[in-house]
Design a protein. Structure first.
Length: 401
């Protein structure tokens, strides 16, 4: 660890490195004793004691009790103080904004959902109302939140500050919007594509843990992808990397002026709206109505439970369509892993995964492993919180200043 002989740096920097290592271990393992922290970091008992005293004085750790189950007095246990800082995330869709606040340990402490019917309220008010609802549910104020990450479809172009690739999100396309939000909120605000944040959630908590090169394919209200290369999100020059719904693919007519149509060949071929349409073509009865994503997820789940007949034909055809677009992605990127996420994919579980894997191996020379995403509960919002927490921890856990 940072305290071993030969490590370069000033004593202050070395102490800060050891502090951060200990805090990360406490986040990973939960409450630990001084001796256990010493063993995991390689620090001597006196140095570990000094470290914990320093972190306790800084309000970053606290005593949580004593260990049990061994002869003699129990060892004191330390944990990250959850009140050290808070971070927030927002998941924005055309229909609602879902907001959450998490403490520094990652535990969600407040949530709120705000319907967003059309343009009845300005976007800045929608954002502040949603955030305030989650903050109030947590028993906090806006000023307790260190950082906010807002997830939207599309992406804010870093060159112009305008939202692109999301014409279906009313009110979010003003060139002054980012400045207006910055003026209205007392904390740093970051903006990220919703599918990119699902990839962050899977990389930190789910199926992509330990992987630095992977593609996440998302299919819910829209079809999109996130690209993680060398451990970092690849966003592209205008933030549009991964907007694969616009991808021309065999099996559908070319969609021209895709940004005006807000669709493209791959979306038409394999998006959630294609699943109910395919079910009707196959003569399946009782095709669900309602939102495409919900209908698609229900049909895919049914199909995964039927080993034969028209439902299995539905799943096989859907798998071929998904693999058709994926073949272009993996041929260019050659990723180690492909994560299937979004309700229209995860509903098929291992059955759909295996079908897509087999089809992809027929269509592309690259042979990435396919897995089903593990983060199922509000994955976009979870990714926004994880992104906000990472930056907050880097700031709050930095004891070198």
């Amino acid at each position: 660890m940072a305290g071993t002989a030969g490590t370069p740096g000033t004593p202050r920097v070395l102490r800060a490195m050891n502090d951060r290592a200990a805090l990360d271990l406490l986040l990973e393992h939960g409450p630990l004793s001084r001796a256990r922290i010493g063993r995991l970091t390689g620090l001597s008992k006196p140095t570990a004691s000094q470290l914990l005293a320093r972190l306790e004085a800084a309000g970053l750790v606290r005593l949580t009790g004593t260990s049990e189950g061994r002869p003699g007095p129990g060892a004191q246990l330390y944990a990250v103080d959850p009140h050290a800082a808070y971070a927030a995330g927002l998941d924005v869709t055309p229909h609602r904004i879902r907001a959450a606040v998490a403490d520094i340990t990652g535990r969600t402490v407040g949530e709120h959902e705000l319907p967003t019917p059309g343009r009845t309220r300005p976007v800045v008010q929608q954002v502040t109302d949603a955030l305030d609802g989650a903050v109030k549910a947590a028993g906090l104020t806006r000023r307790d939140v260190h950082r906010l990450v807002i997830a939207t479809p599309g992406a804010f172009d870093p060159g112009t500050g305008r939202l692109r690739y999301a014409s279906h999100l009313p009110g979010w396309h003003s060139p002054a919007l980012l400045d207006e939000l910055a003026a209205a909120l007392p904390m740093p605000v970051e903006y990220e594509n919703d599918v990119n944040l699902v990839a962050i959630a899977e990389q930190r908590l789910g199926a992509a843990r330990g992987h630095t090169d992977f593609v996440l394919l998302w299919n819910e209200e829209g079809l999109g992808a996130a690209l993680v290369l060398g451990g970092r999100l690849h966003r592209g020059w205008t933030g549009g990397a991964g907007e694969v719904g616009f991808l021309p693919v065999p099996g559908t007519p070319l969609v021209r002026q895709v940004t005006k149509a807000n669709s493209g060949g791959y979306q038409e071929l394999a998006g959630s709206q294609a699943v109910p349409a395919l079910a009707r073509e196959l003569g399946l009865a009782d095709v669900p109505s309602g939102p495409h994503a919900e209908a698609a997820a229900e049909l895919v789940a049914r199909a995964a439970d039927h080993p034969t007949g028209p439902y299995r034909e539905l799943l096989r055809t859907y798998a071929t369509r998904l693999a058709t677009g994926l073949a272009s992605l993996v041929s260019v990127l050659d990723p180690e892993l492909v994560v299937l996420s979004g309700s229209a994919l995860t509903a098929g579980g291992e059955v759909l995964r295996a079908l897509v894997q087999a089809e992809l191996e027929e269509l592309a020379a690259a042979r990435p492993r396919l897995v089903v995403g593990d983060v199922r509960e509000h994955p976009v919002l979870r990714g926004a919180l994880e992104s906000a927490l990472a930056a907050t921890r880097d700031e709050v856990f930095d004891t070198s200043r």
